[in-house]
Design a protein around this ligand. Structure first.
Ligand SMILES: Nc1ncnc2c1ncn2[C@@H]1O[C@H](COP(=O)(O)OP(=O)(O)OP(=O)(O)O)[C@@H](O)[C@H]1O
Ligand SMILES: [Mg+2]
Length: 174
């Protein structure tokens, strides 16, 4: 806990854990998406957040990922080892499937051979073999989400944030 009520801090914590303490988020238009929210996730734990549309689930995940800043409260998570699957696939339309999946490894400047291996594994794991050279526009909605999933898996992060990643997939693929 920190005493500064006007800012969110992201203190490094034990790898794989997430601690959200008294977090609120009010947008500039006055919409309060979150109020006094607490959440603790231990390493190895799988937590599902359930609630009606618009109740603040995506907002909470974005705050944990550091994509948005809370109005009050504190968040402790190791953001150096964090994978995020957005509610929509959020692929770069000009990059092939392979290049999209490879992006996090490129940004982390991993050597080419290591990148190749990690990307191969993520593509195989998500059933995308044979589609590596396709552009996102040539994929189905479910395939795009699988590319997004593969991209999040590539660096084998300790914390995964999934924002309804299986919504576009049929039950069996899910
Ligand atoms: N950038 C923003 N500016 C203003 N209001 C926003 C913004 N982002 C989200 N909101 C509002 O915050 C509330 C929570 O939105 P959020 O996307 O977190 O909901 P959700 O629980 O993920 O919903 P869904 O299940 O439909 O994805 C909603 O009322 C939404 O309109
Ligand atoms: Mg949402």
């Amino acid at each position: 806990m920190n005493g500064d009520a006007m800012s969110t801090t992201a203190a490094p914590v034990s790898a794989g854990s997430v601690t959200v303490h008294q977090v609120s988020r009010t947008f500039p238009d006055g919409t309060q998406a979150l109020a006094a929210t607490d959440l603790t996730v231990q390493p190895g734990e799988l937590v599902t957040i359930v609630g009606p549309s618009g109740c603040g689930k995506s907002t909470l995940l974005r705050l944990v990922a550091g994509l948005d800043e809370a109005t009050t409260g504190s968040i402790a998570v190791d953001r150096d080892s964090l994978g995020y699957v957005f509610q929509d696939s959020s692929l770069l339309p000009w990059r092939t499937v392979r290049a999209n999946v490879e992006l996090p490894a490129q940004l982390h400047r991993l050597p080419r051979s290591e990148r190749r291996q990690l990307v191969d594994e993520a593509i195989a794991l998500t059933g995308l073999c044979g589609f590596e050279r396709h552009l996102p526009r040539a994929l189905s909605g479910g395939m795009k989400m699988r590319v997004s999933l593969a991209r999040a898996l590539t660096l084998r992060p300790r914390v995964f944030l999934f924002d309804e990643p299986f919504g576009a997939l049929d039950e069996i693929t899910r």
